[in-house]
Design a protein around this ligand. Structure first.
Ligand SMILES: Cc1ncc(C[n+]2csc(CCOP(=O)(O)OP(=O)(O)O)c2C)c(N)n1
Ligand SMILES: [Mg+2]
Length: 380
C-alpha cells in the first residue's frame, strides 16, 4: 500500500463530520448497568478514596517519602471513565491518577492475576518505593507503565503522553483493531503546545484517542481562567472539529454516560474526543503545597468546591434507584471528611482489607541492591 493510500484509509469515511446532534450524547449508557455493576462502582469509589486517605495519613506519620498528589474528590472521573473500557484498551494516567493504575480492568476481579491492570500491591509498592514495584524504588509516584496491561508509561511532562497515545492508537488502527486509548490530563496541561500538536495529529488521522481533562480549577497556583480563554475547556475541541463533551466530574454516572458515548465514537473509527470533567482539587497541588494553597485559595472557595462529594452523590443515586438502603448508605460515610478525620469504620470492610493486604505487601517488600541504581541508564 502506498503511504498516500494508508493515510487516506486511516482518515475514515467521508461524511463523518460533526453535526450539532452528534455532540450531545442522547443514549444513556447507565441504563445497561446491572445492580451488581452499580455496587462494584460504589466499591471502587470507596477504594479510590480509601487509598488516598491512607496515603495522606501514612505520609503525615512519616512513613512515606516523596510527594503525594491527591485524587481526593476526583474519584468519580477515574471510576466513571475506566469502568466501561475493554481489557485490551490502553490508558495513560498522570500524577493525580494513581488509583487508575489498579482501577483499570478491575471488573475482572480485584485479585485476578490475569486482569489487564496493575495490582493494588504493585501500586502500593511503588508508593512505598520498594523493589516489587514497576519503578523498582526509583521514585514513589506515577512514573510507571505496563505494556502487557495496556498502560502507557507516565511522565511528568504535562500533556507529554498524548502524542504517545495518538501513536499507539494510530498503530492499532493500522492493525485493524477497534481498541481505544484514554489519556488523562489536568486543565493546565491543555495550555501546553504539545497538547495541541497531539490532538491535531489525532484529529487529522482520526485515531481513537479519548482525552480526559480533569478540570479541577487549579494548575498548581494558577487558576483555570489564566490557562484557558474559553468558558469550557472542552471548547478547545472546536479548533480540531472533534467532539468536546462536558461532564459533571462529581457524578460518576454522568462521567460514565459521556465516556461511553466517546468510546463508541472512537471505536467506530470517527476519531478523537475531548471529555472535560469538572471537579475541584481538594488539597494543595501536592502535599508540599498544602500550606501555600491555603493562601492562594480562599476557604470559601475550597468549601464550595468540595461540597459535592462524589461518594455522597452516587450513594444518593443508588438509594433513589432502590439499590442501596438508607441504612447501608449511612453506615459507610467518608464523604465530606478530610483524611485525618476519616477512620477505617467509614469504609466497607472488604475495601479496608484489600488495601491492608497491599500495604502489608509494600511494607514487607525490600529495597533493591545498591548496584541496581546503575542499571538501565545506558544500553546493556
Ligand atoms: C511541561 C511541564 N511544565 C510544568 C510542569 C510542572 N507542573 C507539574 S504539575 C503542574 C500543574 C498541572 O496542573 P493541571 O494540568 O491542571 O493538573 P492537576 O495537577 O491540577 O491535576 C505543573 C505546572 C510540568 N510537570 N511539565
Ligand atoms: Mg488542574
Amino acid at each position: 500500500m502506498s503511504s498516500e493510500a494508508t493515510v487516506a484509509s486511516l482518515k475514515g469515511e467521508k461524511g463523518d463530520k460533526l453535526t450539532k446532534e452528534t455532540k450531545k450524547p442522547s443514549q444513556k449508557a447507565r441504563d445497561s448497568l446491572t445492580p451488581e455493576d452499580h455496587l462494584e462502582i460504589l466499591r471502587q469509589l470507596y477504594l479510590a478514596r480509601y487509598f488516598d486517605v491512607r496515603l495522606v495519613k501514612e505520609k503525615r506519620r512519616g512513613r512515606l517519602r516523596g510527594t503525594l498528589y491527591s485524587s481526593h474528590n476526583q474519584e468519580a472521573i477515574l471510576v466513571g471513565t475506566l469502568f466501561g473500557l475493554r481489557p485490551e484498551d490502553w490508558i495513560s494516567p498522570i500524577h493525580r491518577d494513581m488509583p487508575a493504575f489498579f482501577l483499570k480492568d478491575m471488573r475482572a476481579g480485584w485479585d485476578n492475576p490475569n486482569r489487564k491492570g496493575l495490582s493494588i500491591e504493585a501500586v502500593c509498592a511503588q508508593v512505598w518505593g520498594k523493589v516489587d514495584s514497576p519503578g523498582r524504588a526509583r521514585d514513589n509516584w506515577s512514573h510507571i507503565g505496563s505494556a502487557k496491561d495496556g498502560i502507557i508509561c507516565s511522565t511528568s511532562m504535562l500533556a507529554g503522553t498524548i502524542p504517545v497515545a495518538a501513536g499507539v492508537a494510530y498503530s492499532m488502527k493500522m492493525e485493524g483493531k477497534d481498541n481505544v486509548v484514554v489519556t488523562y490530563n489536568g486543565e493546565g496541561s491543555t495550555a501546553q503546545g504539545v497538547f495541541h500538536e497531539a490532538i491535531n495529529f489525532a484529529a487529522i488521522h482520526r485515531t481513537p484517542v479519548i482525552t480526559i481533562i480533569e478540570n479541577n480549577q487549579w494548575a498548581y497556583g494558577t487558576p483555570v481562567e489564566l490557562e484557558c480563554p474559553t468558558k469550557d475547556v472542552a471548547d478547545r475541541a472546536k479548533g480540531y472539529d472533534i467532539p468536546g463533551l462536558v461532564a459533571d466530574g462529581q457524578d460518576v454516572l454522568d462521567v460514565y454516560d459521556k465516556m461511553m458515548w466517546a468510546v463508541e465514537w472512537a471505536r467506530k473509527g470517527k476519531g478523537p474526543v475531548l471529555l472535560e470533567c469538572k471537579t475541584f482539587r481538594a488539597y494543595g497541588h501536592g502535599d508540599h503545597d498544602d500550606d501555600r494553597a491555603a493562601k492562594y485559595r480562599t476557604a470559601a472557595e475550597v468549601e464550595r468546591g468540595r461540597a459535592r462529594d462524589p461518594i455522597a452523590i452516587y450513594k444518593k443515586h443508588m438509594v433513589e434507584m432502590g439499590l442501596l438502603s438508607q441504612a447501608d448508605s449511612d453506615r459507610y460515610a467518608p464523604e465530606g471528611k478530610d483524611a485525618p478525620s476519616t477512620t477505617d469504620e467509614d469504609f466497607p470492610p472488604e475495601v479496608v482489607a484489600a488495601l491492608k493486604k497491599a500495604v502489608d505487601f509494600a511494607v514487607k517488600s525490600t529495597l533493591p541492591d545498591a548496584e541496581e541504581a546503575f542499571r538501565w541508564v545506558y544500553a546493556e
